[in-house]
Design a protein around this ligand. Structure first.
Ligand code: F6R
Length: 597
Protein backbone atom coordinates (compact mmCIF):
# COMPACT_ATOMS: atom_id res chain seq x y z
CA UNK A 1 0.00 0.00 0.00
CA UNK A 2 1.86 3.02 -1.29
CA UNK A 3 5.57 2.97 -1.90
CA UNK A 4 7.90 5.70 -0.76
CA UNK A 5 11.50 6.31 -1.72
CA UNK A 6 14.10 8.94 -0.93
CA UNK A 7 17.65 9.56 -2.13
CA UNK A 8 20.50 11.73 -0.88
CA UNK A 9 23.96 11.52 -2.38
CA UNK A 10 26.48 12.68 -4.90
CA UNK A 11 24.41 11.86 -7.99
CA UNK A 12 21.47 13.47 -9.71
CA UNK A 13 18.61 11.38 -8.40
CA UNK A 14 15.44 11.85 -10.47
CA UNK A 15 16.13 8.86 -12.74
CA UNK A 16 16.80 6.65 -9.73
CA UNK A 17 13.64 7.83 -7.96
CA UNK A 18 11.39 7.25 -10.98
CA UNK A 19 12.98 3.87 -11.57
CA UNK A 20 12.54 3.06 -7.87
CA UNK A 21 8.85 3.99 -8.04
CA UNK A 22 8.41 1.72 -11.05
CA UNK A 23 9.96 -1.15 -9.11
CA UNK A 24 7.54 -0.51 -6.27
CA UNK A 25 4.53 0.19 -8.47
CA UNK A 26 2.99 -3.08 -7.27
CA UNK A 27 2.56 -1.41 -3.87
CA UNK A 28 0.07 1.05 -5.35
CA UNK A 29 -0.46 2.61 -8.71
CA UNK A 30 -3.22 5.18 -8.84
CA UNK A 31 -1.04 8.29 -8.80
CA UNK A 32 2.54 9.26 -8.12
CA UNK A 33 4.79 12.21 -7.48
CA UNK A 34 8.34 13.37 -6.91
CA UNK A 35 10.01 16.29 -5.15
CA UNK A 36 13.69 17.17 -5.56
CA UNK A 37 15.84 19.77 -3.90
CA UNK A 38 18.08 21.91 -6.01
CA UNK A 39 18.26 25.06 -3.95
CA UNK A 40 14.50 25.20 -3.64
CA UNK A 41 12.11 22.25 -3.79
CA UNK A 42 10.57 21.30 -7.15
CA UNK A 43 7.54 19.05 -7.22
CA UNK A 44 5.68 17.11 -9.89
CA UNK A 45 2.63 14.86 -9.43
CA UNK A 46 0.46 12.92 -11.82
CA UNK A 47 -2.70 10.86 -11.67
CA UNK A 48 -2.43 7.30 -13.00
CA UNK A 49 0.52 5.05 -13.61
CA UNK A 50 4.13 6.09 -12.95
CA UNK A 51 4.62 6.26 -16.72
CA UNK A 52 2.39 9.39 -16.62
CA UNK A 53 4.77 11.00 -14.15
CA UNK A 54 7.78 9.92 -16.18
CA UNK A 55 6.32 11.43 -19.37
CA UNK A 56 5.91 14.79 -17.64
CA UNK A 57 9.45 14.94 -16.23
CA UNK A 58 11.63 17.70 -17.69
CA UNK A 59 15.17 18.98 -17.28
CA UNK A 60 14.16 21.59 -14.70
CA UNK A 61 13.38 18.78 -12.25
CA UNK A 62 16.71 17.65 -10.94
CA UNK A 63 18.67 17.46 -7.71
CA UNK A 64 20.81 15.34 -5.41
CA UNK A 65 18.18 15.03 -2.73
CA UNK A 66 14.67 13.86 -3.46
CA UNK A 67 11.64 11.92 -2.32
CA UNK A 68 8.94 10.18 -4.36
CA UNK A 69 5.72 8.25 -3.83
CA UNK A 70 3.40 5.83 -5.61
CA UNK A 71 -0.09 5.86 -4.13
CA UNK A 72 -2.83 3.39 -3.27
CA UNK A 73 -5.66 5.69 -2.25
CA UNK A 74 -7.14 5.43 1.25
CA UNK A 75 -8.36 8.97 2.02
CA UNK A 76 -9.38 11.00 -1.03
CA UNK A 77 -9.82 9.80 -4.57
CA UNK A 78 -6.82 9.16 -6.82
CA UNK A 79 -6.06 12.50 -8.48
CA UNK A 80 -3.18 14.91 -8.79
CA UNK A 81 -4.01 17.03 -5.77
CA UNK A 82 -4.32 14.02 -3.46
CA UNK A 83 -1.10 12.44 -4.66
CA UNK A 84 2.15 12.84 -2.75
CA UNK A 85 4.51 14.54 -1.99
CA UNK A 86 2.53 16.98 0.14
CA UNK A 87 4.07 20.32 0.97
CA UNK A 88 3.89 22.97 3.64
CA UNK A 89 2.16 26.12 2.39
CA UNK A 90 5.47 28.01 2.02
CA UNK A 91 6.80 25.17 -0.15
CA UNK A 92 9.81 24.55 2.10
CA UNK A 93 8.85 21.15 3.50
CA UNK A 94 7.82 18.10 1.47
CA UNK A 95 6.68 14.75 2.78
CA UNK A 96 5.83 11.31 1.38
CA UNK A 97 3.77 9.03 3.59
CA UNK A 98 2.64 5.40 3.57
CA UNK A 99 0.05 4.57 6.22
CA UNK A 100 -3.01 6.15 7.77
CA UNK A 101 -3.14 9.08 10.18
CA UNK A 102 -6.16 8.09 12.25
CA UNK A 103 -6.57 11.38 14.12
CA UNK A 104 -6.04 13.53 11.03
CA UNK A 105 -9.45 15.17 11.35
CA UNK A 106 -8.80 16.65 14.77
CA UNK A 107 -5.25 17.72 13.79
CA UNK A 108 -6.61 19.27 10.61
CA UNK A 109 -9.26 21.28 12.49
CA UNK A 110 -6.64 22.69 14.87
CA UNK A 111 -4.30 23.57 12.01
CA UNK A 112 -7.10 25.23 10.05
CA UNK A 113 -7.96 27.32 13.14
CA UNK A 114 -4.33 28.43 13.15
CA UNK A 115 -4.60 29.52 9.52
CA UNK A 116 -3.10 26.52 7.70
CA UNK A 117 -4.57 25.98 4.24
CA UNK A 118 -5.23 22.45 2.98
CA UNK A 119 -5.27 21.60 -0.70
CA UNK A 120 -5.99 17.86 -0.64
CA UNK A 121 -8.52 15.47 0.92
CA UNK A 122 -5.80 13.22 2.29
CA UNK A 123 -4.90 12.37 5.86
CA UNK A 124 -1.22 12.67 4.92
CA UNK A 125 -1.28 16.40 4.21
CA UNK A 126 -1.68 17.12 7.94
CA UNK A 127 1.86 15.81 8.41
CA UNK A 128 3.35 18.47 6.10
CA UNK A 129 1.59 21.29 7.98
CA UNK A 130 2.15 19.82 11.43
CA UNK A 131 5.88 19.42 10.78
CA UNK A 132 5.92 23.00 9.49
CA UNK A 133 4.21 24.17 12.69
CA UNK A 134 6.82 22.32 14.81
CA UNK A 135 9.77 23.54 12.70
CA UNK A 136 12.27 25.73 14.42
CA UNK A 137 15.41 25.34 12.29
CA UNK A 138 15.82 21.58 12.90
CA UNK A 139 13.90 19.09 10.74
CA UNK A 140 14.65 16.06 12.93
CA UNK A 141 13.30 17.86 15.95
CA UNK A 142 10.21 19.04 14.06
CA UNK A 143 9.37 15.55 12.76
CA UNK A 144 9.82 14.05 16.23
CA UNK A 145 7.55 16.65 17.83
CA UNK A 146 4.94 16.35 15.09
CA UNK A 147 4.80 12.56 15.31
CA UNK A 148 4.26 12.78 19.04
CA UNK A 149 0.78 14.12 18.21
CA UNK A 150 -0.06 11.55 15.61
CA UNK A 151 -2.13 8.38 15.97
CA UNK A 152 -2.01 5.75 13.25
CA UNK A 153 0.64 4.32 11.01
CA UNK A 154 3.41 5.86 8.99
CA UNK A 155 6.40 5.16 6.83
CA UNK A 156 7.48 8.73 6.28
CA UNK A 157 10.25 10.64 4.50
CA UNK A 158 10.62 14.40 4.83
CA UNK A 159 12.90 17.00 3.27
CA UNK A 160 13.37 20.70 3.96
CA UNK A 161 14.59 23.30 1.53
CA UNK A 162 17.22 24.59 4.00
CA UNK A 163 18.64 21.25 5.19
CA UNK A 164 20.85 18.70 3.48
CA UNK A 165 19.25 15.58 4.92
CA UNK A 166 16.25 13.30 4.75
CA UNK A 167 14.35 12.54 7.93
CA UNK A 168 12.43 9.26 7.89
CA UNK A 169 10.25 7.60 10.50
CA UNK A 170 8.25 4.43 10.83
CA UNK A 171 5.32 3.11 12.81
CA UNK A 172 3.40 0.22 11.27
CA UNK A 173 4.56 0.75 7.67
CA UNK A 174 7.87 -0.69 6.52
CA UNK A 175 11.00 1.40 5.88
CA UNK A 176 14.43 0.23 4.84
CA UNK A 177 17.59 2.26 4.62
CA UNK A 178 20.06 1.53 1.81
CA UNK A 179 23.67 2.33 2.66
CA UNK A 180 25.66 3.13 -0.48
CA UNK A 181 29.00 4.78 -1.30
CA UNK A 182 28.41 8.52 -0.87
CA UNK A 183 24.70 7.94 -1.18
CA UNK A 184 21.86 6.80 1.04
CA UNK A 185 18.39 5.61 0.18
CA UNK A 186 15.22 5.17 2.16
CA UNK A 187 12.41 3.05 0.73
CA UNK A 188 9.33 1.03 1.61
CA UNK A 189 11.00 -2.14 0.45
CA UNK A 190 14.34 -3.46 -0.69
CA UNK A 191 13.44 -3.92 -4.35
CA UNK A 192 14.39 -0.38 -5.50
CA UNK A 193 17.45 -0.30 -3.25
CA UNK A 194 19.34 -3.28 -4.68
CA UNK A 195 20.26 -1.49 -7.92
CA UNK A 196 22.48 0.82 -5.81
CA UNK A 197 23.48 -1.23 -2.81
CA UNK A 198 22.84 -4.52 -1.09
CA UNK A 199 23.66 -3.07 2.33
CA UNK A 200 20.51 -2.28 4.25
CA UNK A 201 19.32 -1.28 7.69
CA UNK A 202 15.77 -2.23 8.70
CA UNK A 203 13.94 0.36 10.75
CA UNK A 204 11.65 -0.79 13.54
CA UNK A 205 8.40 0.76 14.67
CA UNK A 206 8.69 4.08 16.48
CA UNK A 207 12.11 4.81 15.08
CA UNK A 208 13.35 7.87 13.27
CA UNK A 209 16.34 7.94 10.92
CA UNK A 210 18.30 10.92 9.71
CA UNK A 211 20.36 10.37 6.61
CA UNK A 212 22.84 12.48 4.71
CA UNK A 213 25.22 11.61 1.88
CA UNK A 214 27.70 9.70 4.05
CA UNK A 215 26.01 8.72 7.24
CA UNK A 216 22.85 7.62 8.94
CA UNK A 217 21.65 7.69 12.49
CA UNK A 218 18.68 5.84 13.96
CA UNK A 219 16.87 6.84 17.16
CA UNK A 220 13.72 5.87 18.99
CA UNK A 221 11.04 8.51 18.59
CA UNK A 222 11.38 8.89 22.34
CA UNK A 223 15.00 10.02 21.89
CA UNK A 224 17.23 7.02 22.78
CA UNK A 225 19.80 6.28 20.07
CA UNK A 226 19.71 2.88 18.39
CA UNK A 227 22.70 0.88 17.21
CA UNK A 228 21.33 -1.01 14.22
CA UNK A 229 23.60 -3.32 12.26
CA UNK A 230 23.89 -3.21 8.47
CA UNK A 231 22.58 -6.37 6.78
CA UNK A 232 23.26 -7.77 3.32
CA UNK A 233 20.47 -8.51 0.82
CA UNK A 234 21.04 -11.95 -0.66
CA UNK A 235 19.11 -11.81 -3.93
CA UNK A 236 20.12 -10.22 -7.22
CA UNK A 237 18.75 -7.42 -9.34
CA UNK A 238 18.08 -9.99 -12.12
CA UNK A 239 15.39 -11.54 -9.97
CA UNK A 240 13.28 -8.41 -10.27
CA UNK A 241 13.35 -8.31 -14.07
CA UNK A 242 10.80 -9.87 -16.43
CA UNK A 243 13.46 -11.83 -18.35
CA UNK A 244 11.51 -11.91 -21.60
CA UNK A 245 8.13 -12.71 -20.06
CA UNK A 246 5.28 -10.33 -20.81
CA UNK A 247 4.30 -10.17 -17.15
CA UNK A 248 5.95 -10.85 -13.80
CA UNK A 249 3.05 -13.13 -12.91
CA UNK A 250 3.78 -15.36 -15.90
CA UNK A 251 7.48 -15.43 -15.06
CA UNK A 252 6.71 -16.23 -11.43
CA UNK A 253 4.39 -19.11 -12.39
CA UNK A 254 7.26 -20.55 -14.46
CA UNK A 255 9.76 -20.03 -11.65
CA UNK A 256 7.83 -22.36 -9.37
CA UNK A 257 9.89 -25.54 -9.79
CA UNK A 258 13.05 -23.65 -8.79
CA UNK A 259 11.29 -21.65 -6.08
CA UNK A 260 10.00 -24.85 -4.50
CA UNK A 261 13.44 -26.45 -4.63
CA UNK A 262 14.76 -23.38 -2.84
CA UNK A 263 12.13 -23.72 -0.11
CA UNK A 264 13.03 -27.37 0.44
CA UNK A 265 16.81 -26.86 0.24
CA UNK A 266 18.59 -27.73 3.47
CA UNK A 267 15.44 -28.94 5.19
CA UNK A 268 15.44 -32.60 4.15
CA UNK A 269 18.37 -34.81 4.95
CA UNK A 270 18.15 -38.57 4.48
CA UNK A 271 14.45 -38.54 5.12
CA UNK A 272 14.74 -36.35 8.24
CA UNK A 273 13.25 -32.87 8.39
CA UNK A 274 15.56 -30.14 9.62
CA UNK A 275 14.01 -26.84 10.65
CA UNK A 276 15.34 -24.12 12.94
CA UNK A 277 12.06 -23.51 14.67
CA UNK A 278 11.58 -23.09 18.36
CA UNK A 279 8.67 -25.38 19.28
CA UNK A 280 8.21 -27.18 22.55
CA UNK A 281 6.67 -30.29 20.95
CA UNK A 282 6.29 -32.06 24.27
CA UNK A 283 3.85 -29.45 25.49
CA UNK A 284 2.25 -28.63 22.16
CA UNK A 285 -1.53 -29.10 22.22
CA UNK A 286 -2.92 -27.10 19.34
CA UNK A 287 -1.81 -25.14 16.29
CA UNK A 288 -3.50 -21.85 15.41
CA UNK A 289 -2.77 -20.38 11.98
CA UNK A 290 -3.57 -16.90 10.83
CA UNK A 291 -3.07 -15.16 7.48
CA UNK A 292 -4.83 -13.18 4.75
CA UNK A 293 -5.87 -13.84 1.14
CA UNK A 294 -3.83 -16.43 -0.69
CA UNK A 295 -1.74 -17.03 2.43
CA UNK A 296 -4.96 -17.91 4.25
CA UNK A 297 -5.66 -20.52 1.56
CA UNK A 298 -2.24 -22.03 2.32
CA UNK A 299 -3.24 -22.09 5.97
CA UNK A 300 -6.34 -24.12 5.11
CA UNK A 301 -4.15 -26.67 3.36
CA UNK A 302 -1.82 -26.76 6.39
CA UNK A 303 -4.82 -27.63 8.56
CA UNK A 304 -5.27 -30.85 6.58
CA UNK A 305 -1.55 -31.61 6.82
CA UNK A 306 -1.18 -31.09 10.56
CA UNK A 307 -4.46 -32.82 11.43
CA UNK A 308 -3.59 -35.74 9.19
CA UNK A 309 0.13 -36.15 9.85
CA UNK A 310 0.40 -35.02 13.48
CA UNK A 311 -3.17 -35.80 14.54
CA UNK A 312 -3.40 -32.50 16.38
CA UNK A 313 -6.21 -29.91 16.38
CA UNK A 314 -5.64 -26.95 14.12
CA UNK A 315 -7.55 -23.70 13.87
CA UNK A 316 -7.29 -21.37 10.92
CA UNK A 317 -8.43 -17.80 11.06
CA UNK A 318 -8.33 -14.73 8.85
CA UNK A 319 -5.87 -12.41 10.57
CA UNK A 320 -8.36 -9.56 10.25
CA UNK A 321 -10.91 -11.57 12.27
CA UNK A 322 -8.47 -13.11 14.70
CA UNK A 323 -7.20 -9.74 15.84
CA UNK A 324 -10.60 -8.64 17.14
CA UNK A 325 -11.86 -11.92 18.57
CA UNK A 326 -11.55 -13.44 21.99
CA UNK A 327 -9.26 -16.13 20.67
CA UNK A 328 -8.56 -18.02 23.89
CA UNK A 329 -4.95 -18.69 22.99
CA UNK A 330 -3.13 -20.77 25.54
CA UNK A 331 0.50 -21.14 26.49
CA UNK A 332 0.72 -24.57 24.86
CA UNK A 333 -0.64 -23.39 21.53
CA UNK A 334 1.68 -22.79 18.61
CA UNK A 335 0.71 -19.71 16.65
CA UNK A 336 1.71 -19.72 12.97
CA UNK A 337 1.53 -16.74 10.61
CA UNK A 338 1.91 -17.07 6.86
CA UNK A 339 2.81 -14.08 4.75
CA UNK A 340 4.61 -13.42 1.50
CA UNK A 341 5.39 -9.78 2.19
CA UNK A 342 5.89 -10.03 5.93
CA UNK A 343 4.19 -6.64 6.21
CA UNK A 344 0.44 -7.33 6.01
CA UNK A 345 -1.10 -5.11 8.70
CA UNK A 346 -3.75 -7.58 9.87
CA UNK A 347 -1.30 -10.49 10.01
CA UNK A 348 1.15 -8.39 11.98
CA UNK A 349 -1.58 -7.36 14.42
CA UNK A 350 -2.64 -11.01 14.84
CA UNK A 351 0.97 -11.97 15.54
CA UNK A 352 1.35 -9.26 18.16
CA UNK A 353 -1.88 -10.35 19.80
CA UNK A 354 -0.68 -13.97 19.91
CA UNK A 355 2.68 -12.94 21.34
CA UNK A 356 0.98 -11.03 24.11
CA UNK A 357 -0.86 -14.20 25.12
CA UNK A 358 2.46 -15.92 25.73
CA UNK A 359 2.39 -18.74 23.17
CA UNK A 360 5.24 -19.55 20.80
CA UNK A 361 5.01 -17.94 17.36
CA UNK A 362 6.32 -19.15 14.01
CA UNK A 363 6.34 -17.31 10.70
CA UNK A 364 6.40 -18.65 7.15
CA UNK A 365 7.63 -15.54 5.43
CA UNK A 366 9.07 -14.81 2.02
CA UNK A 367 10.54 -11.33 2.37
CA UNK A 368 13.73 -11.53 4.39
CA UNK A 369 14.04 -8.83 7.05
CA UNK A 370 10.35 -7.90 6.86
CA UNK A 371 8.58 -6.82 10.02
CA UNK A 372 6.82 -10.14 10.63
CA UNK A 373 10.03 -12.07 9.93
CA UNK A 374 11.71 -10.03 12.62
CA UNK A 375 8.91 -10.22 15.16
CA UNK A 376 8.14 -13.96 15.17
CA UNK A 377 9.98 -16.14 17.71
CA UNK A 378 11.32 -18.32 14.90
CA UNK A 379 10.31 -19.29 11.40
CA UNK A 380 10.87 -20.68 7.96
CA UNK A 381 11.97 -18.40 5.15
CA UNK A 382 10.34 -19.48 1.89
CA UNK A 383 13.15 -18.35 -0.44
CA UNK A 384 10.68 -18.02 -3.31
CA UNK A 385 12.59 -14.95 -4.51
CA UNK A 386 10.96 -11.56 -5.01
CA UNK A 387 7.30 -11.86 -6.01
CA UNK A 388 6.39 -8.76 -8.00
CA UNK A 389 3.10 -9.71 -9.69
CA UNK A 390 0.31 -8.59 -7.39
CA UNK A 391 -1.40 -11.97 -7.65
CA UNK A 392 0.52 -14.42 -5.53
CA UNK A 393 1.64 -17.63 -7.27
CA UNK A 394 5.06 -18.93 -6.36
CA UNK A 395 4.70 -17.73 -2.78
CA UNK A 396 1.57 -19.92 -2.43
CA UNK A 397 3.42 -22.99 -3.66
CA UNK A 398 6.37 -22.31 -1.38
CA UNK A 399 4.06 -21.68 1.57
CA UNK A 400 2.37 -25.07 1.24
CA UNK A 401 5.82 -26.62 0.86
CA UNK A 402 7.01 -24.99 4.09
CA UNK A 403 3.80 -25.92 5.87
CA UNK A 404 4.06 -29.57 4.89
CA UNK A 405 7.66 -29.56 6.13
CA UNK A 406 6.42 -28.04 9.39
CA UNK A 407 3.78 -30.78 9.83
CA UNK A 408 6.36 -33.49 9.12
CA UNK A 409 8.82 -31.84 11.51
CA UNK A 410 6.33 -31.66 14.39
CA UNK A 411 5.42 -35.29 13.84
CA UNK A 412 9.07 -36.34 13.76
CA UNK A 413 9.96 -34.34 16.89
CA UNK A 414 7.00 -35.86 18.72
CA UNK A 415 8.49 -39.27 17.99
CA UNK A 416 6.16 -40.15 15.11
CA UNK A 417 7.27 -41.84 11.91
CA UNK A 418 6.93 -39.93 8.68
CA UNK A 419 5.98 -41.75 5.50
CA UNK A 420 9.26 -41.90 3.51
CA UNK A 421 7.25 -42.09 0.27
CA UNK A 422 5.69 -38.71 1.03
CA UNK A 423 9.08 -37.09 1.55
CA UNK A 424 10.55 -38.69 -1.58
CA UNK A 425 7.55 -37.65 -3.63
CA UNK A 426 7.69 -34.08 -2.28
CA UNK A 427 11.16 -33.80 -3.75
CA UNK A 428 9.81 -34.97 -7.13
CA UNK A 429 7.10 -32.31 -7.28
CA UNK A 430 9.23 -29.57 -8.95
CA UNK A 431 9.84 -31.80 -11.99
CA UNK A 432 6.11 -32.65 -12.14
CA UNK A 433 5.30 -28.94 -12.13
CA UNK A 434 7.71 -28.60 -15.05
CA UNK A 435 5.62 -31.20 -16.89
CA UNK A 436 2.46 -29.14 -16.36
CA UNK A 437 4.18 -25.98 -17.56
CA UNK A 438 5.20 -27.78 -20.77
CA UNK A 439 1.50 -28.26 -21.57
CA UNK A 440 0.61 -24.60 -21.21
CA UNK A 441 -0.78 -24.54 -24.77
CA UNK A 442 -3.68 -26.80 -23.67
CA UNK A 443 -4.55 -24.32 -20.96
CA UNK A 444 -4.38 -21.41 -23.42
CA UNK A 445 -6.94 -23.19 -25.65
CA UNK A 446 -9.36 -23.47 -22.75
CA UNK A 447 -8.70 -19.87 -21.70
CA UNK A 448 -9.62 -18.74 -25.24
CA UNK A 449 -13.04 -20.40 -24.92
CA UNK A 450 -13.75 -18.96 -21.49
CA UNK A 451 -12.37 -15.43 -21.74
CA UNK A 452 -15.73 -13.72 -21.95
CA UNK A 453 -17.68 -15.73 -19.37
CA UNK A 454 -19.10 -13.55 -16.60
CA UNK A 455 -19.12 -16.02 -13.70
CA UNK A 456 -17.17 -19.10 -12.67
CA UNK A 457 -17.51 -21.69 -9.94
CA UNK A 458 -14.47 -23.59 -8.64
CA UNK A 459 -15.19 -26.81 -6.79
CA UNK A 460 -12.92 -29.23 -4.96
CA UNK A 461 -12.97 -31.39 -1.89
CA UNK A 462 -10.58 -32.11 0.94
CA UNK A 463 -7.16 -30.65 0.27
CA UNK A 464 -8.39 -29.37 -3.05
CA UNK A 465 -11.13 -27.25 -1.54
CA UNK A 466 -8.59 -24.53 -0.60
CA UNK A 467 -7.16 -24.93 -4.11
CA UNK A 468 -10.65 -24.16 -5.48
CA UNK A 469 -10.73 -21.02 -3.33
CA UNK A 470 -7.31 -20.03 -4.58
CA UNK A 471 -8.22 -20.68 -8.24
CA UNK A 472 -11.30 -18.48 -7.88
CA UNK A 473 -9.32 -15.72 -6.16
CA UNK A 474 -6.68 -15.75 -8.91
CA UNK A 475 -9.32 -15.42 -11.61
CA UNK A 476 -11.34 -12.66 -9.97
CA UNK A 477 -8.43 -10.50 -8.93
CA UNK A 478 -6.71 -10.30 -12.31
CA UNK A 479 -9.54 -10.82 -14.83
CA UNK A 480 -12.39 -9.08 -12.92
CA UNK A 481 -14.62 -12.09 -13.63
CA UNK A 482 -16.82 -13.06 -10.73
CA UNK A 483 -15.64 -16.41 -9.38
CA UNK A 484 -16.41 -18.40 -6.26
CA UNK A 485 -14.74 -21.39 -4.71
CA UNK A 486 -16.73 -23.99 -2.76
CA UNK A 487 -16.31 -27.44 -1.32
CA UNK A 488 -17.85 -29.46 -4.16
CA UNK A 489 -20.55 -31.00 -1.96
CA UNK A 490 -21.69 -27.59 -0.72
CA UNK A 491 -22.82 -26.71 -4.24
CA UNK A 492 -26.21 -28.29 -3.70
CA UNK A 493 -26.82 -26.08 -0.68
CA UNK A 494 -27.08 -22.93 -2.77
CA UNK A 495 -24.61 -22.27 -5.60
CA UNK A 496 -26.28 -24.92 -7.77
CA UNK A 497 -28.98 -22.34 -8.47
CA UNK A 498 -26.43 -20.37 -10.48
CA UNK A 499 -25.69 -23.16 -12.92
CA UNK A 500 -26.86 -22.79 -16.50
CA UNK A 501 -25.33 -23.49 -19.90
CA UNK A 502 -23.14 -20.39 -19.69
CA UNK A 503 -21.57 -21.19 -16.36
CA UNK A 504 -18.10 -22.77 -16.34
CA UNK A 505 -17.61 -24.95 -13.28
CA UNK A 506 -13.97 -25.82 -12.69
CA UNK A 507 -13.63 -29.12 -10.84
CA UNK A 508 -10.46 -30.23 -9.14
CA UNK A 509 -11.08 -33.97 -9.25
CA UNK A 510 -7.95 -35.84 -8.26
CA UNK A 511 -7.55 -39.51 -7.41
CA UNK A 512 -8.27 -40.37 -3.78
CA UNK A 513 -10.85 -41.39 -1.23
CA UNK A 514 -13.47 -38.91 -2.39
CA UNK A 515 -13.06 -38.90 -6.17
CA UNK A 516 -16.36 -40.77 -6.60
CA UNK A 517 -18.14 -38.13 -4.57
CA UNK A 518 -16.65 -35.39 -6.74
CA UNK A 519 -17.76 -37.28 -9.85
CA UNK A 520 -21.31 -37.24 -8.47
CA UNK A 521 -21.04 -33.48 -8.07
CA UNK A 522 -19.86 -33.25 -11.69
CA UNK A 523 -22.93 -35.23 -12.74
CA UNK A 524 -25.12 -32.74 -10.90
CA UNK A 525 -23.59 -29.84 -12.81
CA UNK A 526 -23.81 -31.69 -16.11
CA UNK A 527 -27.49 -32.50 -15.48
CA UNK A 528 -28.10 -28.75 -15.29
CA UNK A 529 -26.19 -28.11 -18.53
CA UNK A 530 -23.28 -26.44 -16.72
CA UNK A 531 -19.90 -26.41 -18.49
CA UNK A 532 -17.55 -28.76 -16.65
CA UNK A 533 -13.82 -27.97 -16.85
CA UNK A 534 -11.75 -30.54 -14.98
CA UNK A 535 -8.26 -30.59 -13.52
CA UNK A 536 -7.45 -34.22 -12.82
CA UNK A 537 -4.84 -36.93 -12.58
CA UNK A 538 -7.51 -39.60 -13.06
CA UNK A 539 -7.96 -41.61 -16.27
CA UNK A 540 -11.46 -42.59 -15.15
CA UNK A 541 -13.68 -42.54 -18.23
CA UNK A 542 -16.57 -40.99 -16.33
CA UNK A 543 -14.42 -37.93 -15.54
CA UNK A 544 -13.57 -37.55 -19.21
CA UNK A 545 -17.16 -37.99 -20.39
CA UNK A 546 -18.50 -35.42 -17.98
CA UNK A 547 -15.92 -32.78 -18.89
CA UNK A 548 -16.26 -30.26 -21.68
CA UNK A 549 -12.54 -29.67 -21.25
CA UNK A 550 -10.04 -31.62 -19.23
CA UNK A 551 -6.51 -30.79 -18.07
CA UNK A 552 -4.39 -33.69 -16.92
CA UNK A 553 -1.80 -33.25 -14.21
CA UNK A 554 0.84 -35.87 -13.34
CA UNK A 555 -0.02 -38.48 -10.76
CA UNK A 556 1.19 -37.93 -7.23
CA UNK A 557 0.25 -38.90 -3.70
CA UNK A 558 -3.18 -37.68 -2.66
CA UNK A 559 -1.70 -35.36 0.00
CA UNK A 560 0.46 -33.65 -2.59
CA UNK A 561 -2.20 -32.97 -5.24
CA UNK A 562 -2.58 -29.24 -4.30
CA UNK A 563 1.02 -28.69 -5.42
CA UNK A 564 0.04 -29.74 -8.93
CA UNK A 565 -3.65 -28.86 -9.21
CA UNK A 566 -3.02 -25.20 -8.33
CA UNK A 567 -0.66 -24.65 -11.29
CA UNK A 568 -3.17 -24.98 -14.20
CA UNK A 569 -5.55 -22.73 -12.26
CA UNK A 570 -2.90 -20.01 -12.03
CA UNK A 571 -2.22 -20.33 -15.77
CA UNK A 572 -5.93 -20.34 -16.63
CA UNK A 573 -6.47 -17.10 -14.69
CA UNK A 574 -3.32 -15.57 -16.17
CA UNK A 575 -4.24 -16.31 -19.79
CA UNK A 576 -7.86 -15.24 -19.43
CA UNK A 577 -6.75 -11.89 -17.94
CA UNK A 578 -4.06 -11.46 -20.58
CA UNK A 579 -6.51 -12.26 -23.40
CA UNK A 580 -8.81 -9.59 -22.01
CA UNK A 581 -5.91 -7.17 -22.38
CA UNK A 582 -5.78 -6.42 -18.66
CA UNK A 583 -2.84 -5.25 -16.64
CA UNK A 584 -2.16 -8.62 -15.06
CA UNK A 585 0.65 -7.52 -12.77
CA UNK A 586 -1.20 -4.52 -11.42
CA UNK A 587 -4.91 -5.29 -11.21
CA UNK A 588 -7.17 -2.39 -10.41
CA UNK A 589 -7.66 -1.41 -6.76
CA UNK A 590 -5.11 -3.92 -5.49
CA UNK A 591 -1.65 -3.58 -3.99
CA UNK A 592 0.96 -6.19 -3.27
CA UNK A 593 1.63 -5.32 0.30
CA UNK A 594 -1.45 -4.48 2.35
CA UNK A 595 -0.06 -2.39 5.16
CA UNK A 596 -3.35 -0.76 6.12
CA UNK A 597 -6.23 -2.34 8.00
C1 F6R B 1 -3.74 -12.72 -3.81
C2 F6R B 1 -2.79 -12.10 -2.91
C3 F6R B 1 -3.28 -11.60 -1.60
C4 F6R B 1 -2.24 -11.85 -0.50
C5 F6R B 1 -2.68 -11.22 0.82
C6 F6R B 1 -1.73 -11.52 1.95
O1 F6R B 1 -3.13 -13.16 -4.97
O2 F6R B 1 -1.64 -11.96 -3.22
O3 F6R B 1 -4.52 -12.16 -1.26
O4 F6R B 1 -2.06 -13.23 -0.36
O5 F6R B 1 -2.78 -9.83 0.66
O6 F6R B 1 -0.45 -11.04 1.67
P1 F6R B 1 0.82 -11.58 2.42
O7 F6R B 1 1.00 -12.99 2.07
O8 F6R B 1 1.94 -10.70 1.91
O9 F6R B 1 0.57 -11.38 3.88
Amino acid sequence: MCGIIGYIGSNECTGFLIDGLKKMEYRGYDSSGICVKNGSLTILKREGKISELEKSMNSSIKGNIGIAHTRWATHGEPNEKNSHPHMSTDGKIAIVHNGIIENYNSIKELLIEEGYKFVSETDSEVLAHLIDKCYNGDLEDAVTKALDNVEGTFGLAVIHEDEKKIVAARRGSPLILGVGENEMIIASDAVPIVSLTKKVVYLDDNEIAVIDENSYKVKRLTGESVDREVQEIKWNIGEIEKKGYKHFMHKEIHEQPTAMENTIRGHINEGKIKLSVDIDVEKLERVVISACGTSWHSALIAKYYIEDIVDMPVEVDYASEFRYRNTNLRENDLFVVITQSGETADTLAALRKAKSSGCKTIGLVNVVGSTIAREVDSGIYLHAGPEIGVASTKAFLCQITGLLLLALYINQEKGGTNDPKLIEELEQIPSKIDEILKHEKDIIKIAEKLTYCRNFLYLGRGLNFPVALEGALKLKEISYIHAEGYPAAEMKHGPIALIDNEMPVVFIATEGKILDKVISNMEEVKARKGRVITITDSRDNKVKKLSEDILYIPKTLENLTPFLSSIPLQLLAYHIADMKGLNVDKPRNLAKSVTVE
